[in-house]
Design a protein around this ligand. Structure first.
Ligand code: B4P
Length: 190
């Protein structure tokens, strides 16, 4: 049976991490969040974590080779998974190409890129709200939240065209109750 490999896409605060938790349970998938993996490195104060900290705190992207290497290691560690949810990865065209190369080598391509669409003001509201409890430096200041959205628009949003060209892009309305949005995602997965 072919693997259910899904890219869950969207700007910071769109609900990628939140919705991944529902989808991994429903479809028995392995969750690969580069944000979570980087935060774990940061917490453990590894060399990689220390190198990434300033960039993450300022809302900038971490170098492609670092995140691609993390994803490669995690995929190898979960070779038997029925599928992966890629959450927050890819964020650049170089990352998308590297992911395609890794998956095509195993004949297990991405089946869909689900793009959560949320207006900017709602994103900023959600990020600052989370900042009250998350302890995440990048969720504390409105300027940093907006900077992440600018970085997303410039570096990451163009990946919609990358996946459109492969016929895999699906836009999902990311505003509403968590259950409604999960239902939209499940329907799109089919
Ligand atoms: P991420 O961890 O990916 O952070 P994020 O974009 O904020 O998404 P997250 O998944 O956490 O939030 P969600 O939308 O679920 O990245 C952090 C940093 O790591 C990046 O800035 C970068 O520096 C680095 N990084 C990560 N991946 C990288 C890569 N591939 N390349 C380079 N650098 C990389 O949720 C946000 C909030 O909204 C939550 O509080 C949630 O409760 C709330 N929410 C969700 N759904 C909602 C709804 N329907 N209604 C109301 N609130 C909702």
């Amino acid at each position: 049976m072919s693997k259910l490999n899904i890219v869950l896409f969207g700007p910071p605060g769109a609900g990628k991490g939140t919705q991944s938790n529902f989808l991994i349970e429903k479809f028995n998938l392995v969750h690969l969040s580069t944000g979570d993996l980087l935060r774990a490195e940061l917490k453990a104060e590894t060399e990689l974590g220390l190198a990434a900290k300033e960039l993450m705190d300022n809302g900038e992207l971490v170098a492609d080779n670092i995140v691609i290497g993390m994803i490669r290691n995690m995929m190898e560690a979960h070779n038997e998974a029925p599928g992966f949810i890629f959450d927050g990865f890819p964020r650049t065209e170089a990352q998308a190409q590297a992911l395609d190369e890794m998956l095509n080598a195993k004949s297990e391509p991405i089946v869909a890129m689900l793009s959560l669409e949320v207006p900017e003001e709602e994103l900023v509201k959600r990020l600052l709200e989370r900042g009250k409890t998350s302890g995440r430096v990048d969720d504390q200041e409105e300027a940093t939240a907006r900077k992440r959205i600018v970085v997303y628009s410039r570096e990451t949003s163009p990946l919609k065209d990358y996946y459109k060209a492969q016929g895999k892009y699906k836009a999902i309305d990311g505003v509403g109750s968590l259950a409604d949005i999960t239902a939209r995602l499940v329907k799109a997965i089919g």
